[in-house]
Design a protein around this ligand. Structure first.
Ligand SMILES: Nc1ncnc2c1ncn2[C@@H]1O[C@H](COP(=O)(O)OP(=O)(O)OP(=O)(O)O)[C@@H](O)[C@H]1O
Length: 330
């Protein structure tokens, strides 16, 4: 069967942000539920339907075409619609973040949401500090879940919490800004060290020359060759210390980074961002140890700039230390 026709309501990749070296530990982990079978609106009974949460039956919930038998409530989460947030695009090369049109996010009644088992599972992992990636087709509750996650971390973007999406519209939906804007990378076209230089506020060429010199000196050290005093001093100097970039502070203070609609992010850019996380935070864990929470509508369909499924999955595996759970139609 064509992979594009395979379906699960929500697919989840998860692992601690520090999992690069532990990826094997997570391989085959069975605590990730895989909902198999066709989507509910295709009308074919499947195992997934018996586990489909009952929120589609609630008056305020999603489209009625999804109506399915209910399941016992597992948790009640008070949810309020996100308020619009004006992200302050304050870093170098920072594009002012888009803001929500008046009323767009503030309307609608406050209601109690009963998170579905899949939503709860993701939320639990997030609370444990794991990085997660989840995907599901339209209406499977990703935005609702993202809002709950944001609520868990204080309800709005902060120094600790980056709330981003690949596009302006998607970022407005969750009260954040674009990933490009948050990361301070402009268009993100520079190579990875060029981006580091940009965030340090340094001239790209000068920074790269500096980097080259450092690498040569480190290689000399590894070969146990003696360095001059000047060379030792030079190695101790940190180019980032001359920077007062707010973007740099943002990267360093961030503990949790949310990226919605990640499938619109080019794979190479994703790699650059991951590199930035390590370099700017001086931490060799994936993303420099930032807990990364990413979501996407089915990322494997027809988006022109989408990351190919296997490339996205392998990048997420690398940064999340979790093996993609393949799902099959029954
Ligand atoms: N746990 C829940 N309880 C009640 N309603 C829910 C729950 N989860 C989602 N819904 C409702 O289902 C509908 C679709 O949810 P949501 O917008 O989060 O889906 P989505 O996966 O983000 O869709 P899209 O990819 O189109 O943005 C919304 O009306 C939302 O309020």
């Amino acid at each position: 069967m064509d992979m594009d026709n395979e379906y699960s309501n929500m697919e989840i990749l998860a692992g601690p942000p520090s999992a690069r070296s532990q990826s094997v530990l997570y391989e085959g982990d069975s605590d990730i539920e895989i909902w198999d079978g066709p989507p509910p609106d295709w009308g074919t009974p499947s195992r997934s339907q018996s586990r489909t949460p009952n929120w589609h039956q609630q008056p305020q919930a999603g489209p009625s075409r999804h109506a399915t038998p209910s399941q016992a409530p597992t948790a009640i989460v008070k949810s309020e619609p996100m308020k619009p947030v004006t992200a302050t695009g304050s870093g170098i090369n920072d594009v002012p973040a888009p803001t929500a049109p008046a009323g767009m996010l503030t309307t609608g009644p406050v209601h109690e949401l009963e998170l579905s088992p899949d939503q709860l599972r993701v939320l639990e992992k997030v609370k444990k500090g794991e990085s997660v990636f989840f995907t599901g087709s339209a209406g499977t509750g990703k935005s609702v879940l993202l809002r709950e996650i944001i609520n868990h971390f204080g309800g709005k973007p902060s120094n600790r919490l980056g709330v981003t999406a690949s596009t302006g519209i998607a970022s407005i939906n969750i009260g954040g800004c674009t990933l490009h804007s948050w990361a301070g990378i402009g268009l993100g076209k520079d190579d990875k060290d060029g981006l580091v230089a940009k965030i340090y506020g340094l001239n790209g060429k000068a920074y790269k020359a500096d980097l080259k010199e450092r690498r040569e000196l480190w290689a000399k050290k590894r070969r146990r060759e003696e360095l001059t005093l000047e060379e030792e001093e030079f190695l101790k100097m940190d180019p980032s210390e001359t920077s007062n970039s707010k973007v740099l502070e943002r990267w360093r203070q961030c503990e949790v980074l949310i990226i919605d609609e990640i499938s619109m992010i080019d794979g190479k850019l994703f790699d650059k961002l991951e590199y930035l996380g390590r370099k700017l935070r001086k931490n060799e864990l994936p993303f420099g140890g930032i807990q990364e929470i990413s979501a996407s509508s089915h990322p494997y369909r027809t988006r022109p700039r989408q990351v190919h499924r296997s490339r996205l999955a392998s990048r997420l595996r690398r940064s999340h230390g979790r093996v993609a759970s393949a799902h099959r139609s029954s």
